[in-house]
Structures are given as C-alpha cells and as structure tokens.
Design a protein around this ligand. Structure first.
Ligand code: ZN
Length: 273
C-alpha cells in the first residue's frame, strides 16, 4: 500500500485541474487506468459548527481503490495563509488510492480577521491528550478525527522565520509523531523537498525534521500521537523571502509526498502536485 510511485493521470480527471497540472503529469504509462480511477472518486462534504460564525466545511474524497485514510487540516491559525490555501488545494486533488478528508479552513473567525487567534484564543492549544478538547470548535474538529478514524493527519502551518536561524521560529520543518513510521517518512520527505523542490541557491530554506510529537502539548497532532498512537505531521513553511505562491507550492509538495508515503496517493503521483 505504501509508496506507490508509478501512477499518472491523463484526460478527464486532470483536465479539471487545468493545463499547468497536466504538464508533466502524463509522462509515464498506466494513464488510462489512473484517469479512470481518479475520475471515479466519490466526493462529499459537510459542515461543522453550522449556524455559528465558526461554521466550516469538511471535504471527503474517496478513491475507488481502497487504502488508508488521511486527514489534512489548514487554517488552525488565521494568519497563516499558505497553510490554508495549500489545504484548500489538497481538498480538491483527485486520488489514485485511499480516502482524503480535509478541513482547509479550521478557524474561520481567525482567517476572516487575518489573526493567529480566533474567538477563543489559539485553537492549536485546545487539544489536550487524554482529555476532552477545551473549546466547541476543537471538539468539532476532534469529532471529525473520530468519525473518519484517519491513519495519518497533516496540519499545515506557516511561520515568519526559519527554524534554528530565527529565534522562536519553526519555519521549514516537518514535525512527526512518535508512532514509528512517521519519523522515517519525515526524513524521506525532507530529503525529497531539499532535493527536488527547494532551489540549490537557497540553502537556508532547506527543510529539517523538527522534534517528535508525543502528546505532551495540547496541539491537534500531539493529540493524534497521545490519544491514537497514529502518524501525524505538522508542516511549517516559512514566509521569509518567499512569495505566497511559492509557500503554497512547497507546502503542497510536502503534503503530496507525505500522503503518498502513507498510501493516500494523489492522481499523477506526488511529484505533479
Ligand atoms: Zn501555525
């Protein structure tokens, strides 16, 4: 199930994503099969916190080819646009295998205000391990986790600086949970990003693996480690010297690579996203 690398897509499924996504997406074989399975994705959506200012959409996309389930979250912090924009893109990716659940704009109030915090402070400090989440929005997000029972959770963020170069900054890092596979996959995805995505002329922007998430802080992916013992990652791309389109693209590349390693494979393979 892991690391399917040879899939591609041509025709209908890719056409929906425009010519740029098609470029380079149809260079290997197996195109018709891949296009067929991606085109047959079953999609649905529903809202959490409906009828409140926090109402936000949950998108579900299921491949006809069985596989693991991933949850991708963006917008936990409302001033981290590249995270929620990338998550919005991920939510629309056709899949070759597995199921993808996305909450691209977790904290609508914070996003609307372009502030880190929403109506009830920092949303990503409301998920204590072993206890009930401490706000209604955090509980609604955790209920999505419980409903879909994901094998892997990605939480997409951005940071003003670069980890280890700027004080208190976590930019250009992946933070894996301590479940076993995640640390290895984070290493491999970092190697891929530095090799294929970050230009050689920008060595300070190379990604690193941050610390391991164990459940000892009240953050969503920590709780995934602490309560569920599953794989999860926080992805942090920096704002430093990058325009937003580049930040979004790099975050998308990180997400596509991690998802593919867990068997939730975007159509065309991770390299095309
Ligand atoms: Zn953040």
């Amino acid at each position: 199930m892991q690391r399917r690398r040879f899939l591609t897509v041509v025709g209908g499924a890719a056409a929906a994503f425009g010519a740029t996504e098609l470029l380079g997406a149809s260079q290997s074989g197996d195109g018709d099969v891949a296009a067929g399975s991606a085109a047959n994705n079953e999609t649905s959506s529903y809202a959490i916190r409906s009828g409140t200012r926090q109402a936000t959409e949950v998108f579900v996309r299921k491949s006809t080819r069985d596989g693991p389930t991933a949850l991708v979250v963006g917008g936990m912090h409302g001033d981290e646009a590249s995270g929620y924009r990338a998550a919005g893109d991920v939510a629309r990716w056709p899949l070759e295998s597995g199921t993808l659940v996305a909450i691209p704009r977790a904290n609508r109030v914070a996003i609307r205000n372009d502030r880190r915090e929403g109506a009830r402070g920092d949303l990503n400090r409301r998920f204590p391990t072993g206890e009930r989440s401490t706000t209604a929005l955090a509980r609604a997000i955790w209920s999505v986790v419980q409903r879909h029972d994901p094998d892997v959770v990605l939480d997409l963020h951005s940071s003003v600086g670069i980890y280890r170069f700027h004080e208190d900054s976590v930019g250009q890092t992946l933070w894996p949970t301590d479940d076993g596979a995640a640390a290895t996959y984070a290493d491999r995805t970092v190697a891929y990003l530095n090799d294929a995505v970050v230009p050689w002329s920008m060595p300070y922007h190379d990604y690193r693996v941050g610390g391991t998430l164990t459940g000892d802080r009240p953050m969503l992916v920590h709780k995934v480690a602490g309560d569920l013992d599953r794989s999860g990652y926080i992805v942090e791309t920096t704002d430093f010297l990058l325009d937003e389109a580049t930040q979004v693209r790099w975050t998308r590349k990180a997400a596509a690579d991690l998802l593919a390693r867990h068997g939730v494979v975007p159509a065309g393979g991770r390299g095309t996203r």
